[in-house]
Design a protein around this ligand. Structure first.
Ligand code: PLP
Length: 362
């Protein structure tokens, strides 16, 4: 099998699995318990908090563990009272859907390359939003926004700024302090950690409204008995992502360069957002007049896992909202196929993939 769907999820790292294992077997204490087993669990969580904080250059005290990126995004959007919300037109559904429940929402346009232009930010500021959410890197195209630049402008206007960094973390350097946002969402399973675990990083100046009320865990910001094993796994995955970041980046970038140079030789292939700064592992492309859904299913029969647009959208037949927001026509948007690489992939896998794509007569 060839796994080219690493933006959907990643294979759990063996070291992560090993780190988690005792907390699923013998170290089963509740971190809120004062006895020995409870204290062991609590200190394991605090170590994981340090590991995650170190990956994104944030104080550990500002990390709140959640059940994943979706919860982190929902928590961010519900954290503070605001009058006027703005989100980009290419956000993940875990931002789009909660935003849909809000009354005054501006959608910030992107250009044909998937980028928010500075004049759109200037226009947005004139509308006086008090809360804005823009993703750092897009899950479908891999397009990276200039979050630090935008954050500087928002700070000058007192606008609270949240960024979804779920796809960026572990693939490119991400520093909470350098980005200058007030909130940042993370997810464990995108960085070779377990599913069902993530975090929201919150600036210490903010006092947030929790989504979940109860026992007051996570400093009253996210109640519920902690998923200790998953948090430990997330911490280990973060530690590995930090130490291997350079190697992973270079490996994925070289594979992507090969993949794109081969795809570009095929006359019916279009690579979306080709000339925009993107994640080193992501290629979204289409083959003229062939539906992405058909390509996905045909590749699956040959043991190759890819995605057509976002994983969540691939059950539906609707064209990618991200591509539509970039001005791509629905017919062409329906051709989209996403390859998202990992440092575990090889040159041989990329070449085999290309041969199969060629066999479609493109
Ligand atoms: N944000 C982005 C950009 C994502 O790609 C995803 C998952 O695909 C999420 C948020 C949701 O994260 P999780 O799967 O941990 O809920």
């Amino acid at each position: 099998m060839i796994y080219f769907d690493n933006n959907a999820t990643t294979q759990i790292d063996e070291c992560v699995f090993e780190a988690m294992s005792p907390f699923l077997k013998t170290m089963y204490g509740n971190p809120s318990s004062v006895h020995r087993l409870g204290r062991i669990a609590k200190s394991a969580i605090e170590i994981a908090r340090e590991q995650v904080a170190s990956l994104i250059d944030a104080p550990a005290s500002q990390i709140i563990f959640t059940s994943g990126g979706t919860e982190a995004n929902n928590l961010a959007l519900n954290a503070l009272p605001f009058n006027q919300l703005a989100i980009s037109g290419t956000e993940h559904s875990s931002i789009f859907e909660p935003a849909n429940r809000c009354e005054n929402v501006n959608v910030i346009p992107v250009n044909a390359g998937g980028i928010i232009e500075s004049r759109s930010i200037d226009e947005l500021i004139e509308n006086r939003p008090d809360f804005v959410s823009i993703m750092l890197a897009n899950n479908e195209t891999g397009v990276i926004q200039s979050i630090a630049e935008i954050a500087k402008q928002f700070r000058e206007h007192g606008i609270v700024f949240h960024a979804d960094a779920v796809q960026a973390v572990g693939k490119i350097p991400v520093s909470f302090s350098e980005l200058g946002v007030q909130m940042l969402s993370l997810s464990s399973h995108k960085i070779y950690g377990p599913k069902g675990c993530g975090a929201l990083v919150i600036d210490k100046s903010l006092k947030i409204n929790p989504l979940l009320l109860g026992g007051g865990q996570e400093k009253n910001q996210r109640s519920g008995t902690e998923n200790v094993a998953a948090i430990v796994g997330f911490g280990k995955a973060a530690e590995l992502a930090k130490s291997e970041l350079e190697f992973r980046h270079v490996t994925m970038f070289e594979l992507r360069t090969l993949l794109e140079s081969e795809l570009e030789k095929l006359p019916r292939v279009t690579i979306f957002a080709k000339n925009t700064p993107r994640l080193p592992n992501t290629v979204l492309f289409g083959i003229d007049k062939i539906e992405g859904e058909w390509v996905l299913l045909t590749l699956d029969q040959k043991g190759i896992c890819v995605s057509s647009g976002s994983a969540c959208a691939s059950e539906g037949k609707e064209p990618s909202q991200v591509l539509l927001a970039m001005g791509v026509l629905p017919e062409q948007a329906k051709t989209a196929i996403r390859v998202s690489l990992s440092h575990h992939n090889t040159t041989a896998e990329v070449l085999q993939f290309i041969e199969i794509i060629k066999s479609f007569g493109v």
